[in-house]
Design a protein around this ligand. Structure first.
Ligand SMILES: Nc1nc2c(ncn2[C@@H]2O[C@H](COP(=O)(O)OP(=O)(O)OP(=O)(O)O)[C@@H](O)[C@H]2O)c(=O)[nH]1
Ligand SMILES: [Mg+2]
Length: 352
C-alpha cells in the first residue's frame, strides 16, 4: 500500500488534490494540522496534511467512495467551527466566512483565540473605514485593528448591580481560582492600598474547606469569620470579602439556590470568576448560567497558562459585563491587575 501525503490549506483543496492524483478510490489514513512557523503564523491559516492511499484489497468502488466521503467529512469538522452561542451572552450570530480574504487580520485574530462572530465584525468595520484593500505591511493592519478594538473597549465600568456594598463575593464553578483571587485582592487592599479588611469564609452547598484563606487572613491581620451574623462596613476605608466554595452551575436550580443564599448576606457585590485557560464556549456557558444574578463583573484567572489572550475579547465584546481583573499564577500576591485593551493586545500578539 503506497501512502501519499497531501498538504493543502483547506479540506476542499485536499479533496481535489487527492481525487486528481489517486482517483475516487483513495482512502484517507490520517489528518493533522501542520504547525505554522515564523511571524506569518499570526495571519496564515495552519495548513493541513492528509495521508491518503489506494487500498490493496479493492472491494467495491462504491464502498471506498463512501469511506472517502466519511473521512473528508471528518476533515471538514476539524476546521475551525463557526458557532452560535446564543443565550444570555450578548448578540451572538453565526458569522459569514470570508474574513480571511484580503486582510490578514481575520486569521491573526482567529489564531489568538477570538471567535469568528467578533472577527467578522472587526473585519467589516475595517473594510468600511479603510476599504477592502489591505495595507502593507502587516504591522499597519495590526495597528488599525488594535485601534478599533481599543475603541470598542467599554469606556465605563458596567456594574450590573444596584448594590453599593464594599463587601465582595467571588462566585463561580469549582476550582476556577476564586480563593486564590480573593487572597490576591485582599493582599493588594491591605498591603498596597492600606485598607482595613474583613473576611468571611462561608459554607455553600458544600463545606468551605479552604483553610489557606483563613491562614492568609490571619497573616495579614484580618479578622476571619466562619459564619455570617450580619455586618455593615462603616469606615469608608474598609473592604470586605466573602469566600465561598465552587458552585455546581450545571445543576438545575443551582443558581437560584445561590441567589437565595446570597440575599441573606446583605447584598454583597458579586464577581464571577472564570478560568481563562478553559475553552471559550465553556466560559460563555458559565457566564450564561450565572447571568441570572446581579453580577458586578468578571474576573479571569489562569492567564499564565493561556497564550491565546485574544480569547479575552470574546468576554469583552460578547457579554454585558466588565472585565474587572486578570489573575495569572498561583502565587499570592502575584499577578492580579485591571486589564486594559493595550495590555491585552500586547500579550495577544506577543509584543513587548
Ligand atoms: N496556574 C494557575 N493556577 C491557579 C491560578 N489560580 C488558582 N490556581 C490554582 O488552582 C487551584 C484551585 O484554586 P482555588 O483558588 O482554590 O480555586 P477555587 O475556585 O477557590 O476552588 P473551590 O473553592 O474548590 O471551588 C489551586 O491549586 C490554585 O493554586 C492561576 O491563575 N494560575
Ligand atoms: Mg475556594
Amino acid at each position: 500500500m503506497k501512502v501519499v501525503p497531501f498538504v493543502a490549506e483547506t479540506a476542499y483543496q485536499a479533496v481535489e488534490k487527492i481525487r486528481e492524483e489517486l482517483g475516487p478510490q483513495a482512502v484517507v489514513l490520517n489528518v493533522r494540522r501542520l504547525p505554522a512557523e515564523g511571524l506569518s503564523r499570526l495571519w496564515r491559516k495552519p495548513a493541513i496534511e492528509v495521508l491518503a492511499c489506494l487500498p490493496d484489497g479493492r472491494n467495491g468502488r462504491e464502498d471506498r467512495l463512501d469511506e472517502l466521503k466519511r473521512e473528508l467529512g471528518e476533515i471538514k469538522r476539524e476546521l475551525p467551527g463557526i458557532r452560535n452561542n446564543g443565550g444570555g451572552v450578548r448578540g451572538q450570530t453565526i458569522a459569514q466566512s470570508g474574513y480571511s480574504s484580503g486582510w490578514r487580520i481575520g486569521m491573526m485574530l482567529e489564531n489568538t483565540g477570538m471567535l469568528p462572530v467578533h472577527i467578522q465584525n472587526i473585519v467589516d468595520r475595517l473594510h468600511a473605514l479603510h476599504g477592502p484593500t489591505r495595507p502593507e505591511p502587516v504591522g499597519r493592519e495590526l495597528h488599525l485593528a488594535g485601534a478599533l478594538l481599543e475603541d470598542l473597549w467599554p469606556r465605563r465600568l458596567q456594574f450590573g448591580t444596584e448594590t453599593d456594598s464594599r463587601i465582595h463575593l467571588l462566585i463561580g464553578a469549582p476550582g476556577v481560582g476564586k480563593s486564590t483571587c480573593l487572597c490576591k485582592w485582599l493582599a493588594k487592599s491591605v498591603l498596597i492600598d492600606g485598607q482595613k479588611a474583613m473576611l468571611w469564609r462561608l459554607d455553600g452547598a458544600a463545606a468551605n474547606v479552604a483553610e489557606p484563606v483563613s491562614v492568609y487572613g490571619e497573616i495579614l491581620g484580618v479578622p476571619v469569620m466562619r459564619s455570617w451574623r450580619g455586618y455593615a462596613l462603616e469606615d469608608e476605608n474598609e473592604i470586605g470579602f466573602i469566600d465561598l466554595p465552587g458552585w455546581n452551575w450545571n445543576k438545575s436550580d443551582a443558581v437560584s439556590e445561590l441567589s437565595s443564599l446570597i440575599q441573606t448576606w446583605g447584598n454583597p457585590r458579586l464577581h464571577l470568576v472564570l478560568n481563562g485557560a478553559y475553552d471559550i464556549h465553556l466560559q460563555l456557558a458559565q457566564v450564561r448560567a450565572f447571568s441570572g444574578l446581579p453580577l458586578s463583573g468578571i474576573i479571569v484567572t489562569h492567564m499564565d497558562e493561556e497564550s491565546r489572550w485574544g480569547k479575552l475579547w470574546n468576554l469583552v465584546l460578547g457579554t454585558n459585563y466588565t472585565l474587572e481583573y486578570i489573575s495569572a499564577g498561583q502565587n499570592i500576591p502575584g499577578d492580579f491587575f485591571r486589564p486594559t485593551p493595550e495590555l491585552i493586545l500586547r500579550r495577544q500578539f506577543g509584543l513587548k
